[in-house]
Design a protein around this ligand. Structure first.
Ligand code: NAP
Length: 491
């Protein structure tokens, strides 16, 4: 199969604006002109002066578009586009414009079907019916409610590409893999652009972060398994490292509905590894064929590697990632440490500190949770918040002070009497706690150091090579700066 093309979709309120936006686009192999977004659709005006191949689409409201006129008017616009030599015209299967398809013997026709609720039950028979019309390309787009919804599209694309042109697309956040990995899904092209509500990836992310042009069936697939992946720093870090190391690999955000949802998807796609975050760290632990000792001690995994033998192995790089910035800087043996919080990160930090010979005390607002976390490593439990003079190293493992609530801090400035303060929060990179600790004369460490260190370890475990120096940190800082410019930032 030849490399899938990139089609960029353009919408605009007027034809003049549509043409202007069309001509601004770089890097696309095809441009989809959404005439249904224009107040007065006119194929000739939209096609005039085009410099790249186009798909002309005039989607009616009943198929998720904006065209509200009659079917006769719509058909006329599409027939004009075909007569004027548009490279492709998108006709909805449900429209039954069979005479248009017959008139051009199917050449240049994309016959499309869109399901906005989920994967249709009749997928194979529908595809066969669509194929029987003689259309040059058949396109199936369906809403992916889960990652596992992508699996039937994988099988369908693989089958259909042997019979003719095909494009299969998963709409919504969970469908991202179908778009980026178009090669594996058998698609002739992928769509990108500004239609975020149906899951269009942005062109610069597709070409820059995910290196769409160099993805093939052989490209290794990694990703971040999470409950919410709206803005991920890990995707920026790992993709930058793969690029710098010239590794044929891509790292994608995977929003999983459950551990089993990800396992079904990951197995079908043949993923090579993943980072794991809230809320799947414990549930995926239980699905692994093998779990390394540190992860077993913590009771959670944050990394998966799938071996060539197909075995899924879980590990936890949070503990060693946490220790890395302390190495050669803070002698831990006998050090009095106070951990704020009793969640997943606190547990990894407690295991790391206890195994390094530090005296560990857990401080959490919920005494029962503090007791449970302390029990993992036989640590002590102290009051919330910790009293001044009772610690040498304080570690914030709560989200207090994280964006957007950057004015908050877990401890008043006059209580910062120890020697070192380590905040796991990396957004912002310098929290109020760290600022006040530095003012009080403490040495400080921010969460970005840990984030980068644990990602380096993941990279090395997956690839067998060290991550290129400085690349992940630079990518993380760049991504955090981008987030800060967007008001819609969601942590
Ligand atoms: P988690 O499992 O949800 O645990 C959060 C802990 O903070 C819980 O003990 C929670 O107490 C406590 N907490 C939350 N809000 C609080 C408040 N207002 N006052 C007192 N305690 C509060 O989260 P996590 O995975 O451990 O992550 C914790 C932080 O570490 C996050 O900011 C995360 O971004 C950061 N982190 C950073 C890295 C890195 O690489 N730098 C890695 C992992 C985590 P309750 O249970 O009572 O709610």
């Amino acid at each position: 199969m030849s490399a899938p093309l990139l089609c960029v979709t353009v919408t605009a309120p007027t034809t003049a604006e549509l043409r202007r936006r069309r001509d601004e686009i770089d890097h696309a192999d095809l441009i989809e002109l959404r005439l249904d977004s224009v107040a007065d659709p006119n194929a000739a005006a939209a096609l005039a002066g085009r410099r790249r191949p186009v798909i002309v689409t005039c989607r009616p409201t009943w198929e998720g578009g904006h065209f509200t006129g009659s079917e006769e008017e719509r058909k006329r616009v599409l027939a004009d586009a075909l007569a004027l030599g548009a490279e492709y015209v998108d006709l909805e299967w449900r429209a039954r414009f069979d005479d248009l398809i017959a008139a051009c013997a199917g050449r240049g026709v994309i016959l499309s079907s869109h399901d906005f609720d989920g994967v249709p039950a009749d997928l194979p028979t529908r595809m066969a019916a669509m194929r029987s019309t003689g259309a040059e390309v058949v396109k199936i787009a369906a809403k992916m409610n889960t990652l596992a919804d992508c699996v039937p599209l994988l099988a369908l694309g693989a089958h259909e590409q042997r019979h003719g042109g095909v494009v299969v697309l998963g709409m919504g956040e969970s469908g991202l893999a179908t778009r980026v990995l178009a090669h594996r899904f058998g698609s002739m092209w992928t769509y990108a652009g500004r239609l975020r509500d149906i899951g269009h990836p942005d062109v610069s992310t597709l070409l820059g972060d995910y290196r769409f042009r160099s993805i093939s069936e052989a490209t290794e697939v990694y990703g971040l398994v999470a409950g919410s992946v709206t803005h991920s720093v890990s995707t920026a870090m790992h993709n930058a490292a793969f690029r710098a190391a010239h590794r044929d690999a891509v790292y994608l955000p995977f929003r999983a509905a459950s551990a089993d949802d990800f396992m079904t998807f990951g197995r079908a796609l043949g993923i090579k590894g993943a980072s794991v975050t809230i809320p799947h760290k414990v549930a995926l632990f239980d699905r692994m064929d093998e779990v390394y000792a540190v992860a077993r001690r913590i009771g959670a995994i944050n990394t998966i590697r799938v071996g060539d033998d197909g075995r899924w192995v879980g590990a936890n790089t949070d503990a060693s990632g946490f220790l890395e910035p302390l190495r050669d800087r803070v002698p831990l043996t006998g050090l009095r440490t106070a951990i704020l919080g009793a969640g997943g990160a606190a547990r990894a930090v407690a295991v790391a500190l206890a195994s390094s010979g530090a005296a560990v005390r857990i401080h959490a607002r919920d005494r029962a949770k503090a007791d449970a976390t302390a029990g993992f490593v036989s640590a002590e439990v102290g009051p919330w918040p910790p009293a001044a003079g009772t610690w040498d190293l304080l570690i914030n493992c709560t989200p207090i002070g994280m964006y957007p609530r950057v004015d908050e801090t877990p401890l008043p400035a006059d209580q910062l009497t120890g020697r070192y303060v380590y905040d796991l929060i990396y957004n912002p990179t310098v929290t109020r706690l760290l600022r006040e600790a530095a003012d009080a004369g403490c040495q400080t460490i921010g969460g970005l150091d840990m984030l980068v260190a644990q990602a380096h370890e993941q990279f090395q475990w997956w690839t067998g090579s060290k991550a290129p120096a400085g690349v992940m940190r630079e990518a993380a800082l760049k991504r955090l700066a981008e987030f800060a410019r967007h008001e819609d930032y969601v942590v």
